[in-house]
Design a protein around this ligand. Sequence first.
Ligand SMILES: C[S@@+](CC[C@H](N)C(=O)[O-])C[C@H]1O[C@@H](n2cnc3c(N)ncnc32)[C@H](O)[C@@H]1O
Length: 293
Amino acid sequence: MTSRIDEALPRLSPDDFRLMRDLIYSYAGLRFEDDARVLFERRLADRLAAVGVPDYGAYYKYLRFSPLGPAELEEAVERLTTKETYFLRQEYQLRAFEREILPRLAQTTAQSRRLFVWSAGCSTGEEAYTIAILIHRSGLFHGHEVRVIGSDISKVAIARARRGIYRHGSFRATPPEFVTQYFHETSEGSQVVDDIRRMCHFGQLNLLDAARVPFVGRVDVVFCRNVLIYFDVNSRRRVIDAFYERLLPGGYLLLGHSESLLNVTTAFELVHLSDDLVYRKPVSSERWDGGAR
Ligand SMILES: C[S@@+](CC[C@H](N)C(=O)[O-])C[C@H]1O[C@@H](n2cnc3c(N)ncnc32)[C@H](O)[C@@H]1O
């Protein structure tokens, strides 16, 4: 049903919608179906006035050909992405991470004394801080260099992640003791305590940007949850290949509950944990890389 508000919005023709959709896809890997035209109209309406163009045809040309087009494309993607997230999301998987994966990693990293975890598509940071809290409370990595790297294509989300201040909605699945132990109250909401914030490092990153992804370094675990659902199979392949490259041999890949590597790759092995199935880069997969990590 179209509302009065929708009727007042500038119209996006099917042709312009297809052009815009393809542009968003080639930049961010996000796949939108035909019924997303209304979503585009709603979420991008204010951008026409913001960049001073009369209609979507002109907006598309601005995105493609203006020197400010690349920055505006980021703005458009900012509005079209779903950033839904909260602490302790997919609790069964986090339990498996805490009880089974972390103890294994404590053994395999005993020599290197280094644990790097990447939250790829971390949105506003709840996932990265959750991971840091689980590592911290495991008590298994004292004396290790521990880093949780949170990245997202959204600049706005990354700025919020860095502040680490959250309101009620982020705690919808959080027991009270988790909040009292790892947050302190501020006038704007509950902020993650410094010990945990120090473990987390956030940066804006498009997962399809093959030139910049290597800056993440080599990691022991990749969490990429509820991101691949927005990609088509080609974008998934590109991103999963990048994760494979970034993971150390024996490193783990944890996806969202509705996501899998089916039809994407067979390079990972499936590991059966008591509460979950996760992927692992085979230990025997190391190529010689000069010892770089
Ligand atoms: C639904 S959130 C998932 C947040 C968190 N991983 C979770 O499961 O709660 C999806 C995130 O993926 C990000 N995203 C979408 N396309 C991306 C891309 N090409 N590169 C990096 N992040 C992307 C969005 O900005 C959004 O913050």
